[in-house]
Design a protein around this ligand. Structure first.
Ligand code: NOJ
Length: 741
């Protein structure tokens, strides 16, 4: 049998792709190969950069943009080098190109992967025609600590939600149908940062992370696997040292897991200089050693670090690196280029004037819809929506628009905006001013930017508030307060916004608080003072119209929290799927006929030791209100005949209110005992369903043995072993509107 298999394998014909790459590789010199492993950023002085391209010493270049410039440099690679291998042009396209969609955390809050896929697809359409063929996203780092500025760039705290959204983004960039004359693949995705980057101590960016293997596999790796299964053509290393080893030099991550276990052939690129960083990390004595550690860990392309161009050839000549190691890396680079169709179509069309695909009606509509669905209604005493019906009793009501985020074209776009132009943003002020509405508006920002502390500015807003019937306070964070290296030690509204909220509330006029921020903020006091709270994150180009529609009832909120909202910064890291503890205890959902019907509760047995704030979040994961109300029936869990270990879990949801609306039904799972301590509960599925007022919809999920499985670990002396399995144990599964129900 074994012999037969070997014989069969050796006769498996090579694909066209493999034959093409073999042939090209056989013609390449060592220097040309190393050139392909070099990614250059454009800050290089242009003559030096162009000389390197002509010498075949550049495989990729990033952060150049515009069809003309891209084609100009591409011509040097294709027409002036010996083998004519095209460059692949990359860019940080994170949540939109020209049209900016909500930040990824806001996209997570939509719980709508179709919308996220559409946004990514339209993004690729805009970016590809500006020469970008490789996007450095999605970021799928599961994050539990909102102090870390990069929570804005991911999809929140849950591995399943992050996996689904990351995969949707990959499909959108790479696969969604469009009239793409360049290739069947539009723009390669790069799933990042591999791995464990988000667990940095104290939420400090780039910091140390310690993650046990089982937790790494249960929580942090699944979104990478999901993105690769969706076809992601590349992966980016992370900066952090994971359990003492930075990922650019980590053979366990890059070879054992990525290549051997997952059988991925995606290109692995370093993060910006993360290879040369091995020296300041204190792992390598010098850059030559760093190059050796990175190639031995199969980091395939060096972003901006110059360690491969400077040292690899010598390492080969000294016999410390085999040329076959280099060949493996170059294969990955050429594979990416082949799959992008670059060998056939290296150039992008050069439109006369502006790229006609940018800011298309379809893109702007999708951006508006994404902004609508990313906003979470956290509180509503009945003031929202400000519909004609609500305002009926008030004659000619006046609404004050105020707050430092009410009219900030740039700030509402959020972090990582290289190409989005602020002048295209429609702010809340623009939308309220220009659209038809059943009230008058007054505008006085009060505080002029999010960190403004000037009491005179607050006084101005209070003066204006006295002339109004209702106050809309647009609060939040400037874009620069979240994103890479933008970590915060407190999570309050910056500047004097808390004081402004208190002063507005003191006028006795109802205040609708709208928060536009890059992370969950600790807004407990403000929530108490507000009549209603909409949490909108940074909503992108069309944030204004989306908020106008939500506030006036033309749209109904349907966002749900993608992260737990802590009451105080002292609670973080705070996440719903934390492990059960002995004290305080966790009460599972109420059971009827052995079937869970919802609402697990904490009971703080040792109440004298615990402040309430230690165990209760401000808002739990998965939480969000609507203008309508939904009633969940009891959940049924039925074994599936002939499929050992599979169950159908169902519930019926009835829209018992007055508005047609979407609801996110969430399937949670908890096992009662097992080989290891397990989470309080875990999300195992979700569906966003539209339910007209007065109607019901049945939602069903299949719970599989794999859903119930997790990573186990056993030690035998000094050896340890991990494996994935489900425990034979009782479990509970329930369908609920959030993780605390
Ligand atoms: C560093 C960031 O960590 C990464 O996410 C980004 O894609 C690269 N720089 C390139 O700008």
């Amino acid at each position: 049998m074994f012999i037969l298999l070997v014989v069969l394998c050796s006769f498996t014909p090579k694909t066209d792709e493999e034959l093409f790459i073999d042939s090209l590789l056989s013609q390449m010199t060592l220097e040309e190969k190393i050139g392909q492993m070099n990614q250059l950023d454009p800050s290089y002085e242009s003559e030096a950069k162009e000389a390197l391209i002509r010498e075949g010493k550049v495989g990729s270049i990033f952060n150049i943009v515009g069809a003309k410039e891209v084609n100009r440099l591409q011509r040097m690679a294709v027409e002036q080098t010996r083998l004519g291998i095209p460059l692949v042009v990359a860019r940080d396209v994170i949540h939109g190109f020209k049209t900016i969609y909500p930040i990824p955390l806001g996209q997570g809050a939509t719980w709508n992967p179709d919308l996220v896929e559409k946004a990514a697809s339209l993004t690729a359409q805009e970016a590809v025609y500006s020469g970008v063929r490789w996007a450095f996203s999605p970021m799928v780092d599961v994050a539990h600590d909102p102090r870390w500025g990069r929570v804005a760039e991911g999809y929140g705290e849950d591995p399943l939600l992050t996996s689904v959204m990351g995969a949707a983004t990959v499909r959108g960039y790479q696969q969604s149908p469009m009239t793409n004359i360049l290739s069947p693949v539009k723009m390669a995705a790069c799933v990042k940062h591999f791995a464990g980057y988000s667990v940095s101590e104290g939420g400090r960016d780039y910091n140390t992370t310690w993650i046990p293997e089982t937790q790494l596999r249960d929580i942090y790796l699944p979104p990478f696997k999901a993105a690769l299964d969706a076809g992601a053509l590349s992966v980016m290393c992370s900066f952090n040292a994971l359990n003492g080893l930075p990922s650019s030099a980590n053979p366990h991550l890059n070879i054992d897991i990525l290549r051997n276990e997952w059988q991925s052939d995606a290109l692995l690129v370093s993060d910006w200089g993360s290879g040369s960083d091995l020296v300041p990390h204190g792992l390598c004595a010098d850059k030559k050693e760093a190059a050796l550690r990175c190639i031995n860990a199969r980091m395939e392309m060096d972003m901006q670090g110059n360690i491969y161009t400077d040292y690899l050839a010598d390492l080969v000549r000294e016999g410390k690196v085999q040329e076959s190691q280099i060949d493996e890396c170059v294969r990955s680079v050429l594979r990416l280029k082949y799959r992008l169709g670059l060998f056939e179509n290296p150039y992008v069309p050069e439109p006369d004037g502006e790229n006609p695909l940018c800011y298309s009606i379809e893109s702007l509509q999708a951006a508006e819809q994404a902004a609508v669905e990313s906003a979470i209604l956290l509180k509503n005493d009945g003031i929202l929506p400000l519909s004609e019906e609500y305002l009926h009793a008030k004659k000619n009501p006046t609404v004050l628009i105020c707050g430092p985020m009410a009219d900030q074209k740039k700030e509402q776009l959020g972090t990582w905006i290289f190409d989005g132009e602020a002048e295209h943003s429609v702010t809340p002020y623009d939308a309220f001013y220009n659209r038809e509405k059943p009230f008058h508006i007054l505008y006085e920002p009060g505080l002029t930017y999010s960190r403004d502390k000037d009491p005179k500015h607050i006084a101005k807003a209070v003066k204006a508030a006295k002339k109004a019937d209702i106050i809309l306070f647009f609060a939040g964070e400037e874009a620069i307060l979240s994103g890479e290296a933008r970590c915060r030690t407190d999570l309050n509204l910056p500047g004097a916004q808390t004081e402004m909220m208190a002063a507005l509330a003191k006028t006795g006029k109802p205040v609708v608080l709208v928060v536009m921020a890059g992370r969950p903020l600790t807004i407990g006091r403000e929530v108490e003072q507000a009549a209603a709270v909409l949490y909108a994150f940074h909503g992108g180009t069309m944030a204004g119209p989306a908020l106008f529609d939500l506030i006036t009832g033309k749209a109904v909120p349907s966002g749900k929290t993608p992260m737990t909202f802590p009451k105080t910064v002292g609670q973080v890291p705070f996440y719903y799927n934390r492990h059960n503890t002995g004290r305080p205890t966790y009460e599972p959902p109420v059971l009827i006929d052995d079937i869970p019907v919802g609402a697990p509760q904490f009971s703080v047995g040792y109440s004298s030791c615990w402040l309430e704030t230690a165990t209760e979040p401000l808002f739990p994961f998965g939480f969000g209100l609507s203008y309508t109300t939904f009633e969940y029936s009891r959940t049924t869990v039925e074994p599936i005949a002939d499929r050992e270990g599979f169950y159908t879990v169902s519930a019926t949801i009835t829209n018992t209110g007055k508005y047609d609306a979407k609801e996110v039904a969430q399937l949670y799972f908890r096992q009662k005992s097992g080989a290891l301590v397990r989470p309080i509960c875990e999300l195992k599925g979700f569906q966003k369903v539209f339910i007209p007022a007065g109607e019901s919809r049945k939602v069903s999920f299949v719970l599989t043995p794999e859903d119930r499985g997790y990573w186990h670990e056993a030690h035998n002396g000094m050896e340890s072993r991990v494996w994935f399995a489900a425990d034979e144990t009782e479990f509970e599964a329930w369908i609920a509107p959030n993780s605390a129900k």
